[in-house]
Ligand binder design. Structure first.
Ligand code: SAM
Length: 277
C-alpha cells in the first residue's frame, strides 16, 4: 500500500509527499513530532502535521534566513535564534567567521534530540563550541536579555501552539530591546499566497518598531505556496545598500550576493500587501 504525508492548509489546500517509512512518531510536551523518510525529499521533520524541513531543500530556507541579515550587519558577533531546533540556521551561521556566540532558544528539546539523531546533515553544527543551547520559551529568553545581540533570527513554527506569542507586537518590541544599537531581526513570515493577511499584520507591527523594515523572498519547494517571505527589521543597516562586491565568499547552494539584492524585489501583489501595512 502506498503511504503519503499530506499537509493541509485553510481546509482547502493539501501538499503531499510519498513516504518510504516513518522513522519516529511521538507526542512531545509541546507538539506532535514525526520524522519521515520521503521518496523524493529525503528525511523530513514534521511538527503538528506541518512540514518543517527536508534534507533535500532545507538549504534554501536556512541560507536565506541567515546570510541576508548576517551580511547586512557590518560585524555580527552575537546571534540569537528563537526556535530553529533542527539546527539548520546554526549550520549556516557557523559559516560566518565574525560570529563568536550563537544562542539557540528552542522550547522543545525533543526537536533538538530528534534532529541530532535523524537529520545529521542539518543538525551537525549544534555541538559546536560557539553554540549555547537554551531549552525554554524564546519569549522569556528575549525578555530577560537586553542590548546583547547583533542579530536575532526568529526561526519559528507557524503561529500555532507555543509559537503564537512569536507573532505579536510585544515580542517584536522585546526583540528590539534585546538587540544592540545597530541590531537586526529577521523572522520567517510565511507564504503571501496563503497568509497574506498575516504578512500585512506583521509588517504593520514591524513598521511601528524598526526604522528600516524590508520583506524579502525566496522559493521553497516544500512549503505551502512555495513563494516564501522573511521580514527584516533593522535599527541602522539597509539590506539593499549592501556592497555586493564586498560580501565574503562562503559555501552556499542558494544564496549569492546578487540574490541578496534581488530577494528584496517583490512581486506586485506582495509589494501591495507590504505597502498597505
Ligand atoms: N523552518 C521551519 C518552518 O518554517 O517550518 C521552522 C523550523 S524550527 C523546527 C521551529 C521551532 O520553533 C520548533 O522546533 C518549535 O519547537 C520552536 N518554537 C515554537 N515556539 C517557540 C517558542 N515560543 N520559543 C522557542 N521555540 C519555539
Amino acid at each position: 500500500m502506498e503511504l503519503w504525508f499530506t499537509e493541509h492548509h485553510n481546509d482547502c489546500i493539501g501538499y503531499s509527499l510519498k513516504v518510504k517509512r516513518t522513522l519516529n512518531s511521538e507526542e512531545t510536551k509541546y507538539q506532535k513530532l514525526d520524522v519521515i523518510e520521503s521518496e523524493f525529499y529525503g528525511r523530513v521533520l514534521v511538527l503538528d502535521g506541518i512540514l518543517q524541513t527536508t534534507e533535500k531543500d532545507e538549504f534554501v530556507y536556512h541560507e536565506m534566513i541567515v546570510h541576508v541579515p548576517l551580511f547586512t550587519h557590518k560585524n555580527p558577533k552575537n546571534v540569537l535564534i528563537v526556535g530553529g531546533g533542527d539546527g539548520g540556521a546554526v549550520k549556516e551561521i557557523l559559516k560566518h567567521d565574525t560570529v563568536e556566540r550563537i544562542v539557540l532558544a528552542e522550547i522543545d528539546e525533543r526537536v533538538v534530540e530528534n534532529s541530532k539523531k535523524y537529520l545529521p546533515s542539518i543538525s551537525y553544527g549544534l555541538n559546536d563550541k560557539k553554540v549555547e543551547l537554551m531549552i525554554g520559551d524564546g519569549i522569556k529568553y528575549v525578555n530577560e536579555h537586553k542590548n546583547e545581540f547583533d542579530v536575532v533570527i526568529v526561526d519559528s513554527t507557524d503561529p500555532i501552539g507555543p509559537a503564537v506569542g512569536l507573532f505579536t507586537e510585544d515580542f517584536y518590541r522585546s526583540v528590539y530591546d534585546c538587540l544592540r544599537d545597530d541590531g537586526i531581526i529577521v523572522a520567517q513570515t510565511e507564504s503571501p499566497f496563503i497568509y497574506g493577511n498575516l504578512i500585512n499584520k506583521l509588517s504593520k507591527m514591524f513598521k511601528k518598531i524598526y526604522p528600516i523594515v524590508k520583506p524579502y523572498i525566496c522559493t521553497i519547494p516544500t512549503y505551502p505556496g512555495h513563494l516564501w517571505t522573511f521580514t527584516m527589521g533593522s535599527k541602522k543597516y539597509d539590506p539593499e545598500a549592501v556592497d555586493v562586491n564586498n560580501i565574503p565568499e562562503i559555501e552556499t547552494k542558494y544564496y549569492t550576493p546578487e540574490l541578496h539584492k534581488s530577494s528584496f524585489v517583490l512581486p506586485k501583489f506582495l509589494k501591495d500587501i507590504f505597502e498597505e501595512a
